[in-house]
Design a protein around this ligand. Structure first.
Ligand code: FAD
Length: 469
């Protein structure tokens, strides 16, 4: 049952004469206390206008530190990115009374993202691509070695989409609101404090402080997460576990395949990372870079040098947007729970350690957290002990697989430019087609590439180190 229906059902039965249902809701305190009923009865009998008194009474109750029913929720989700919005949508669908808060003034921008989302995520999350936000169908990837040679892994079937993420997130917000979640923007959470079994959330809205409460918080506040820390969980990323991302959305590009994602490797191009061109509508693309956060040279310097080195693509291009952000690529939180708290998405470092993608993983994490939240609300149990089941579920479904990918990333970091050149030269067109044509599953693809690499002097030893256990 949705939030609104459940609330109205309960309050409507109290039947305050002369007040609309909304005013009645405003008047009903969390305790539904006797004192207010008496106060209200006194007011109506002495002939004051009910509406005016309703407002005065609400203000008086707030001044006394009492909350109105509108400020109390079953869960409060902090952060309206893909993780928080999907959690909100799913939790509201499960009948929970949900509040979603975001400090931004608009859902969506700034995007801080290359906007690629693989088809697997559409299937897993039951998303139907719509042309308003799934703006560019992608059929594969072209991997560029430092020497300029490339391997194209392309299939006839759509392999994913580049999104217009601002529109996608708005769509997620509309869905969440339709299911009954309450969303507030320009609501910066400044404090979270446990009080008598619930969490009091202090929010700066238009420079005015407001308080909301719920027994359960979902921290979906992204890589810079402070919410979990406010509730005692250290989510700080170590520098080696972070990538630094920088990107331009550019238009009027030329001479590149608009049907594949392009990734450019090489220590001079992007140390511990890669540059990318993710096509997005005609002649327009996200052109960016992700490198280790402890690199001396900035991500922008690397990217500008990359763009200058490719006049055939960028000579006449214009920049229409700049995006920057950090990407957590390897320090998954072992425990993403505490009393009254679940942590999802980038806040829990849930991104893929190899390519840094995190939209789908954050949404999946949000959906799983909504399921656990519903169980907790039903059992009225918000303890760390109870909520810990979220860790088990997440690691079984996604986390353990990502840990393996972390090992693979650590191995890839050891590859030299010569190794990349060797790969690009030694994989034939037939072999590339075999990789993308559905003949090989993920494991076999990995073994195939491993077999190629093991022929390189020195690499067998490194592979043994990373993949033995
Ligand atoms: C340059 C770059 C390129 C990327 N490219 C891709 C890609 O192509 N594909 C992909 O899948 N992933 C990509 N990612 C990663 C992806 O953007 C993230 O993994 C994803 O956004 C995580 O979603 P989230 O909901 O966890 O957090 P976010 O999207 O970061 O959302 C967090 C929200 O919390 C809000 N918030 C924070 N603090 C507070 C507060 N105190 N009070 C209220 N609100 C608060 C923020 O305003 C924000 O809206 C990229 C990242 C970067 C930096």
């Amino acid at each position: 049952m949705g939030r609104g229906r459940r609330g109205l059902g309960r309050i409507g039965s109290t039947g305050f004469p002369g007040l609309s249902r909304l005013q009645t809701m405003q008047l009903t305190s969390i305790k539904a206390n006797q004192e207010m009923h008496e106060h209200f009865t006194r007011l109506t009998t002495i002939g004051n206008t009910p509406a005016a008194e309703a407002i005065r009474l609400t203000i008086a109750l707030k001044a006394k530190g009492e909350e109105t029913v509108q400020n109390h929720y079953e869960i409060i989700i902090i952060g309206a990115g893909p993780g928080g919005l999907f959690a909100g949508q799913k939790a509201a669908s499960l009948g929970l009374k949900v509040l979603v808060l975001d400090r931004k003034q608009e859902i969506g921008p700034p995007k801080r993202c290359a906007e690629g989302l693989g088809l697997g995520w559409f299937k897993r999350l039951k998303l139907k691509p719509e042309k308003e936000w799934a703006v560019q169908a992608i059929y594969g990837a072209t991997l560029w070695a430092p020497n300029g040679k490339s391997i194209t892994l392309k299939s006839k079937k759509i392999a994913g989409y580049v999104l217009e993420r601002k529109v996608f997130e708005k769509k997620l917000a509309l869905e969440a609101a339709r299911k009954g979640a309450k969303i507030l923007v320009k609501a910066n959470v400044e404090k979270c404090e446990r009080k008598n079994g619930t969490v009091e959330v202090t929010v700066n809205e238009y420079n005015e402080y407001k308080t909301y409460s719920a027994p359960l918080i979902i921290a979906a506040d992204g890589v810079d997460s402070r919410v979990a820390r406010m509730l005692g969980v250290n989510t700080a990323n170590k520098l080696p576990d972070m990538d630094s991302g920088f990107q331009y959305e550019m238009t009027n590009l030329k001479n590149y395949d608009e049907k594949t994602l392009h990734m450019f490797f090489g220590t001079k191009i992007a140390s511990r990372g890669y540059c990318w061109i993710f096509p997005k509508r005609k002649n327009t693309a996200n052109v960016g870079i992700g490198i280790g956060a402890s690199e001396q040279k900035s991500a922008k310097e690397y990217l500008d040098a990359f763009i200058s080195s490719k006049p055939e693509i960028f000579k006449d291009a214009s920049i229409i947007e700049v995006n920057a952000g950090a990407i957590p690529v390897g320090g998954f939180l072992e425990d993403m729970t505490a009393d009254n708290l679940l942590i999802v998405g980038d806040a829990a470092h849930m991104t893929d350690p190899i390519h840094g993608g995190g939209i789908g993983i954050a949404m999946e994490g949000g959906e799983m957290a909504a399921g656990i939240a519903a169980k907790a609300c039903k059992a009225k149990n918000y303890t760390h002990e109870f909520l810990k089941q979220f860790n088990n579920e997440w690691y079984a479904k996604r986390g353990n697989q990502l840990k393996k990918r972390l090992k693979a990333r650590l191995f890839l970091e050891k590859l030299t430019d010569d190794d990349f050149n060797y790969l690009a030269e030694s994989i034939t067109v037939e072999e590339a087609l075999k990789i993308t044509g559905g003949e090989l599953d993920a494991k076999s693809k990995f073994f195939f590439l491993g077999k190629k690499l093991i022929q390189r002097p020195g690499l067998a030893k490194i592979m043994k180190k990373y993949f033995e256990s």
